[in-house]
Design a protein around this ligand. Structure first.
Ligand SMILES: [Zn+2]
Length: 326
């Protein structure tokens, strides 16, 4: 007998169908390549990229101070990799600070761009998870001071003792307030561990930053998952800062998103502006450094949503207000 699906079952079925469709599209894109020893070709290309970067100094942009915006606005400044500064009328928030030029022996292609006066003026620092490109002790020591550092569950011990006013663990669903900013932690699909030799089970979070009606979602590190639709339905972010790199070889899609995954996440969220992050600095996957952005631009053009994509250069700022952006 045919039983009608409940609303919840129907939602689960739709999410599974979407994930399967994404898998199918990724397989179609790489099928021919994998059959012709793509694995070996990709690793050789990765090594060549890493070696070339070692002897090439990072490109640098001149950092400019970012002023506090007017009421109801948030200034979104791309610092580099997954580091973004959010400036509200009364506060400054920085995500996953990585300010150095090297990561595990890899030299970055473009230097972090953050004015020292703004770096000294931070109120809240958000850490999405304990991977070393997101929770970087050297960068945090440079920023120590009066800021509160928000970390996922079981990560506070890594930051305690670095010299911050407060270190607070936020689990998904919990919030923190400072001046005109409210930060709410949300779920992410990622591994939370520090590295191969870290046996602790650590959490991984995204964050919604809200100020006077305008809101920005920093997804942290995450694979595509059903949580995007729920985050969109419950918290209605205006802007989505989504990671778009580290998707080759395909097994990495268990923890990271490709541009195709990120555009589906953006659609699920119902956000108005997509700002890609986490690409172009370090080769963290086997894909070429410039590929994520090229592919993302192509997808957005094909779907007629290029006007909803904001690719920010290092140090570049865009202004967001509730329900829109400039
Ligand atoms: Zn990670």
């Amino acid at each position: 007998m045919h039983m009608p699906l409940s609303a919840d079952q129907d939602w689960q079925r739709r999410v599974m169908e979407r994930a399967k469709e994404l898998d199918h599209q990724h397989r179609r894109r790489t099928r021919g390549l994998w059959q012709s020893t793509l694995g070996l070709a990709l690793s050789l290309r990765f090594l060549r990229t890493a070696a070339r970067q070692l002897v090439t100094a990072p490109r640098r942009s001149e950092p400019r101070r970012v002023g506090h915006p007017g009421p109801g606005q948030i200034a979104v400044t791309f610092v580099g990799h997954a580091t973004v500064m959010l400036t509200t009328p009364l506060a400054r928030v920085l995500t996953d600070p990585y300010l150095g030029d090297f990561f595990l022996g890899l030299r970055r292609a473009e230097g972090a761009c953050l004015h020292p006066a703004d770096a000294a003026d931070l109120n809240v620092i958000l850490i999405s998870h304990a991977h070393r490109d997101r929770l970087d002790l050297t960068s945090l020591r440079r920023l120590k001071g009066r800021a509160a550092v928000l970390v996922p569950p079981r990560c506070a011990s890594l930051v305690d003792g670095l010299g911050f006013a407060r270190v607070i663990e936020l689990a998904p669903g919990q919030s923190f307030e400072y001046a005109d900013v409210e930060v709410t932690a949300v779920a992410a699909r990622h591994e939370g561990g520090r590295g191969l030799f870290d046996s602790a089970w650590r959490g991984a979070c995204g964050y919604i930053v809200r100020s006077a009606g305008a809101s920005v979602y920093f997804a942290g590190g995450t694979a595509y998952f059903s949580g995007f639709e729920e985050i969109g339905r419950r918290l209605h972010p205006d802007v989505a800062l989504l990671p778009v790199a580290g998707y080759q070889p395909p097994a990495l899609r268990a923890i990271n998103m490709s541009p195709l995954d990120a555009v589906q996440a953006f659609t699920d969220l119902g956000a108005k502006l997509l700002v890609p992050v986490g690409y172009g600095s370090f080769p963290l996957g086997y894909e070429p450094l410039g590929e994520p952005l090229r592919w993302l631009r192509q997808i957005c053009a094909d779907r007629g949503i290029s006007d909803q994509l904001a690719v920010l250069g290092h140090g570049e700022t865009c202004l967001v207000r509730a329900g829109s952006q400039e």
